[in-house]
Design a protein around this ligand. Structure first.
Ligand code: ZN
Length: 246
């Protein structure tokens, strides 16, 4: 193995190991934004009693399992959505590294985590979510360029997705927010993909409803399931297209 290949492999392993922490960070960012706090404000603390958390409480996934989903300070249950966010980020990074050809690893992981960041902020900090969506759309166009896809088709689809997203926003301001994801969907998938992703998104959205019912007793907002479904649809269809094209 050459020097450059070893470096890329090392970077990939580092990304995979860091991925649950990314999920934990994105979730913490979204949760704090929801209550008007800054993610950079001080150390991690218990949501129930406010006590500063120790390093052993902050190991993603493992801490949750070790403490059986309860906080060590006051024994209150920790939301299973924290564990979901950590596992999701790890699954996204792992699927990118396992499925995509090496030149697209960084692009893939950046796409995955931007999608997750957009979904996590979608219902609470809309402006931030829209910023992530704009970055995603630009990255999606870049991805189409890099993978040798049809540039005009991607531009047209991104534009169409953006227009549809804005119309839905006007018609349903409160619940229509996830439709902004149609712009990056077009950028990554093109016109045909934009149409194909809708039934896929519906399936994923329904799966999220069932999952939310099991883990939180159905307290997740329907718009969150729509956002999750669309993001998951874009992710899997893009992975599939990229592998087939490669
Ligand atoms: Zn506590």
């Amino acid at each position: 193995m050459g020097f450059l290949e070893s470096m890329v492999l090392a970077a990939a392993v580092a990304l995979a190991i860091a991925s649950p922490m990314t999920g934990s960070f994105l979730k913490c960012w979204a949760d704090r934004a929801a209550v008007g706090k800054n993610v950079a404000d001080g150390r991690s603390y218990c949501d129930h009693c406010g006590q500063t958390l120790a390093a052993r409480d902050l190991v993603p996934i493992l801490s949750w399992i070790w403490n059986r989903g309860r906080s060590r300070c006051c024994g209150k249950p920790i939301s299973p959505t924290l564990l979901s966010a950590e596992v999701t980020a790890m699954g996204l990074a792992a699927s990118a590294l396992l499925v995509l050809p090496q030149p697209f690893w960084l692009l893939g992981v950046a796409t995955a985590w931007l999608l997750q960041a957009a979904v996590l902020h979608m219902l609470t900090e809309r402006r931030l979510a829209v910023l992530f969506v704009i970055l995603l759309t630009a990255l999606g166009l870049l991805a189409t360029w890099q993978t040798g896809g049809d540039r005009d088709d991607a531009l047209l689809a991104a534009g169409a997705g953006a227009v549809i997203g804005m119309v839905v926003q006007v018609l349903a301001p409160a619940r229509g927010t996830p439709a902004v994801l149609l712009a990056p969907a077009g950028a990554y998938l093109g016109i045909f993909g934009l149409l194909t992703v809708l039934p896929l998104a519906l399936g994923y959205g329904l799966m999220h409803r069932v999952w939310a019912q099991i883990t939180t007793g159905g307290k997740a907002a329907p718009a969150l399931s729509v956002a999750m479904g669309l993001a998951a649809g874009v992710w899997t269809l893009w992975l599939f297209n990229t592998v087939v094209a490669g």
